[in-house]
Write a protein that binds this ligand. Structure first.
Ligand SMILES: Cc1cc2nc3c(=O)[nH]c(=O)nc-3n(C[C@H](O)[C@H](O)[C@H](O)COP(=O)(O)O)c2cc1C
Length: 138
């Protein structure tokens, strides 16, 4: 079960929360949450910090483009923790560092897990705005 504090941040009915909790705790979502397509993103080891930002931008656009085409996605950093297993399975060269996995497919609207809504922190919590009026702070 999610703790009270976490449950508040995951509005949705109890069943949807339980399904999410089960999938995350039991297997970290490494079944790609049942999606038909699983992507593994990796970055070349020689890349510097700036290029890690580029991979993040790539990921963000990938998710947005999928959404635009009616596909649902779930970025999953948890895959990075399974680096050795994935490397062996995909015969991934040593020069690649596993960044994350992405589940992709058409969302099953009837699946309880898809009723879960993840809240967002208010802008004031995630961003420090300087030189703008107070109206931009929330
Ligand atoms: C870089 C990144 C890594 C993430 N890693 C995981 C993860 O390992 N497992 C997971 O269930 N969700 C992970 N998430 C969260 C989901 O991808 C998704 O954003 C979240 O469930 C919120 O869904 P929503 O955007 O539809 O509200 C990650 C998100 C991002 C951006």
């Amino acid at each position: 079960m999610l703790s009270g504090e976490t449950a508040k941040r995951f509005p949705g009915d109890e069943t949807s929360r339980q399904h999410f909790d089960q999938s995350l705790v039991q297997n970290c979502g490494v079944d790609f949450y049942g999606a038909p397509v699983g992507l593994i993103l990796a970055i070349d080891r020689t890349m510097e910090r700036g290029q890690w930002a580029d991979v993040g931008i790539y990921l963000a656009h990938l998710l947005l483009l999928a959404e635009e085409r009616g596909l649902a996605t779930c970025a999953q950093a948890a895959w990075a923790g399974m680096n050795q297993t994935v490397r062996a399975f995909l015969d991934m060269p040593e020069e690649y560092i596993l960044y994350c996995g992405v589940s992709m497919g058409y969302a099953d609207q009837d699946a309880p897990i898809n009723r879960l809504r993840i809240g967002r922190e208010p802008l004031a919590v995630t961003t420090e705005m300087r030189g703008f009026g107070a109206e931009f702070a929330s």
